[in-house]
Design a protein around this ligand. Structure first.
Ligand code: SF4
Length: 97
């Protein structure tokens, strides 16, 4: 993961917050809305979203990055002709490194 640039995290609006807020499970809509509200005004939202998209092509990635949920990242990647890495029967499918 060394090729991923994480320097943007120093300016993150969520810096110091409980990271659990950004790891909602399916159906935790209040938590998703709260996280998205924080991301909306984050000065590094674009960098974070880009990071989340790239990370999702390499690893089975959950959580909210740049205001995007896992399913939203999957839709964007599909639209761009890229594949989201996903664990299926103990095999990581679609991962690019
Ligand atoms: S966009 Fe959201 S998850 Fe990403 S650094 Fe900013 S507040 Fe944190």
């Amino acid at each position: 993961m060394s090729e991923l640039n994480v320097s943007f995290m120093d300016q993150a609006a969520c810096k110091g917050m409980d990271s659990e807020l950004f790891m909602p499970i399916r159906g935790e809509n209040l938590k998703i809305r709260a996280a998205k509200a924080i991301c909306k005004d984050c000065p590094v939202r674009v960098e974070c979203a880009t990071y989340g998209l790239r990370l999702s092509t390499m690893y089975d990635t959950y959580g909210i990055f740049g205001g995007l949920t896992r399913s939203e990242r999957a839709a964007i990647l599909k639209h761009e002709g890229r594949t989201m890495a996903t664990w299926v029967n103990s095999n990581l499918i679609g991962a690019s490194r």
